[in-house]
Write a protein that binds this ligand. Structure first.
Ligand SMILES: Nc1ncnc2c1ncn2[C@@H]1O[C@H](COP(=O)(O)OP(=O)(O)OP(=O)(O)O)[C@@H](O)[C@H]1O
Length: 564
């Protein structure tokens, strides 16, 4: 066991201490503080070692070696004066020893980094090749061999300017610049790769270059995957845009006329089932409103509601709109797209203007309705869906069937539950509730304070037939409210702003049987004043007949009608 003392508690003293403290045959007896250290190190508080003043050196017995880390003359002389037979390692020898120690430490550190780097390079999927500034290959990783089929030992030592002069590595060495996305066949192999290369610059000098590449097919595979996911994202965006949030419920369908109530009743019953519903009614009667309400009242209310207007989509696009298309199905189909039936999966598809669909598509639709499965246009995979169908039309389907424009079998498929929505002209008693609701809504929208209509304005509305139904009524009331500043809307406002508001009698003044004319006037009066006892009393007054006569005429009209 060598008993050692260290002179000096500065940087060098600390280094020597660290170097020797774990050596088995060395016992560091203590360290000596000299006062000549440039800076003392604050390491000692955590170390189990004694620190003494240099004056105490003579008192320490049985020392084998004194290591002097302090370069001061006085300290040297003091040690020489007392060391006697004890070996003294001078400062210059200590410095050499420390330099060797530090270099060894650096080497160990480099070796550690090298080990880590080589683990990384061995495990990456990309090929890596390194050449020096003359182009001589110094390193290739295992992925290089996997991708090119060239063993490392066959590659290392060769010159890239000979074996791969068009490669990214040679280009980076020639130009000193980064090369990106270079597509090339690796010299000496058949592998087509996409590579990135960078020059290695140390202290401003070109020391070599490194290239990283991947098999072109791998890149293509990644690109395909990327494209697939991009399509998926686009389709989802598409989906978001097309999924109509179901806006209306049965509570939004206004009107108390018996005919409308009957339609609502049938629709409510249909909503509870999964049956296909066919909505019939003139334009603007509220078919879409009913479709929304049915979906909203059904168990599918949380699922998508998808509307397709069969008349608005060009015939040649309708099929792909419905069923989507596969990538490459036609020129321009660079990616696949899902159709409305898939979008509606789990929910409801609303096929508006079904009477305008072409015959070929009618056949395809029939198959979907029967089997709930289809293929995308140009695709061969069968897609199964669970969709509730609501179709609507303002056309006379039986007539279209007779003229060969609509498939009878499709008609029966769609017509599981038929809901006919009456036109506004046969339920004019619904006018007040509709108009009041519109005024409230438009007051809010336009910032107006309209309270209602004058009786003669009401008369104008009652006398009109409303061929555009509720939609026309909405347009007319809005047009009037936008332009008029009065609180109560008068006949003048309506006539002035809606020139097409011609009253029915004026238009229909051709000759008809008197009893028929009577019936028209009675229903007009009842529509205006309502079918209640009070309404009938006022109607009789307006017609200038007694209440009893009115009852008689109503009875006779009903009797006659039932005999028709
Ligand atoms: N009973 C009703 N109560 C309240 N609003 C109604 C009623 N009926 C129709 N509407 C309103 O009238 C407008 C037209 O209705 P909708 O679009 O549903 O008619 P449609 O029959 O589908 O018309 P088209 O055949 O032209 O597509 C909508 O703004 C709708 O909210």
């Amino acid at each position: 066991m060598q008993r050692v003392v260290i002179i000096g508690i500065g940087d060098d003293g600390a280094s020597v201490y660290s170097l020797l403290k774990n050596i088995e045959d060395v016992k560091i007896v203590c360290l000596f503080k000299t006062g000549a250290e440039k800076k003392t190190v604050d390491l000692w508080t955590n170390e189990n070692v004694k620190i003494l003043d240099i004056e105490k050196l003579p008192e320490i017995k049985n020392i084998d070696v004194i290591i002097n880390t302090v370069g001061s003359k006085e300290v040297n002389n003091f040690i020489k004066g007392i060391s006697g037979s004890v070996s003294v390692v001078e400062t210059s020898a200590v410095n050499i020893m420390l330099r060797l120690f530090r270099e060894k430490e650096e080497l160990l550190q480099i070796k550690r980094i090298q080990g880590e780097l080589s683990t990384i390079l061995n495990s990456v999927q990309e090929a890596v090749e390194v050449a020096d500034n003359n182009g001589v290959v110094k390193y290739v990783n295992p992925a290089f061999t996997r991708i090119t089929g060239i063993p490392g030992e066959q590659r290392i030592g060769k010159n890239v300017f000979d074996i791969s002069p068009d490669g990214a590595l040679a280009m980076a060495l020639k130009t000193g610049k980064n090369i990106f996305g270079h597509r090339v066949r690796v010299g000496g192999s058949n592998a087509e790769v996409v590579s990135n290369a960078s020059p290695i610059i140390v202290d401003g000098n070109l020391e070599g270059a490194v290239v990283v590449f991947q098999h072109f097919t791998d890149v293509m595979k990644l690109m395909d995957e990327l494209r697939h996911h991009t399509t998926m994202i686009e389709n989802l965006y598409d989906k978001l845009g097309q999924v109509t949030t179901c806006k209306y419920s049965f509570a939004d369908i206004l009107g108390n006329s018996p005919d409308l109530k009957k339609s609502i009743q049938v629709a409510e019953r249909a909503a509870r089932s999964n049956s296909t519903v066919l909505l019939l009614g003139e334009s603007g009667t509220g078919k879409e409103l009913f479709a929304h309400a049915i979906h909203y009242a059904s168990s599918r209310r949380e699922k998508p509601f998808i509307k397709v207007n069969c008349a608005a989509i060009p015939e040649n696009l309708l099929e792909s709109e419905f069923f989507g298309y596969a990538k490459g199905a036609f020129t321009g189909a660079t990616k696949s797209k899902i159709g409305k039936f898939e979008l509606a999966n789990g929910g409801t598809i609303f096929l508006d203007e079904i009477g305008d669909m072409n015959l070929i598509l009618q056949g395809k639709l029939l198959r979907v309705l029967q089997e709930m499965e289809f293929e995308r246009v140009g695709g061969n995979q069968t897609i199964r869906v669970d969709v509730r169908v609501i179709a609507a039309t303002n056309r006379n389907l039986p007539q279209l069937i007779r003229s060969g424009k609509f498939r009878e079998d499709l008609y029966y498929r769609l017509n599981v539950v038929e809901v006919t929505i009456p036109p506004l002209r046969v339920r004019k008693e619904d006018l007040p509730i509709l108009v009041n609701h519109l005024i409230i809504k438009l007051n809010r929208k336009l910032g107006k304070k309209v309270k209602g209509l004058t009786p003669d304005a009401e008369e104008v509305l009652y006398s009109y037939d409303w061929p555009g139904n509720v939609r026309e009524l909405e347009n007319v009331v809005e047009r009037v409210m936008v332009t008029v500043d009065e609180d109560v809307l008068s006949k003048k406002n309506f006539i002035q702003h809606v020139s097409q508001l011609k009253t029915t009698p004026e238009r229909d003044m051709e000759l008809i049987p008197i009893d028929r004319m009577e019936q028209i006037l009675i229903s007009k009066a009842l529509a205006k004043y309502g079918n209640t006892v009070e309404g009938k009393r006022r109607a009789a007054q307006a017609l200038n007949i007694s209440l009893a006569t009115l009852y008689n005429k109503i009875k006779r009209a009903k009797f006659e009608n039932s005999n028709v």
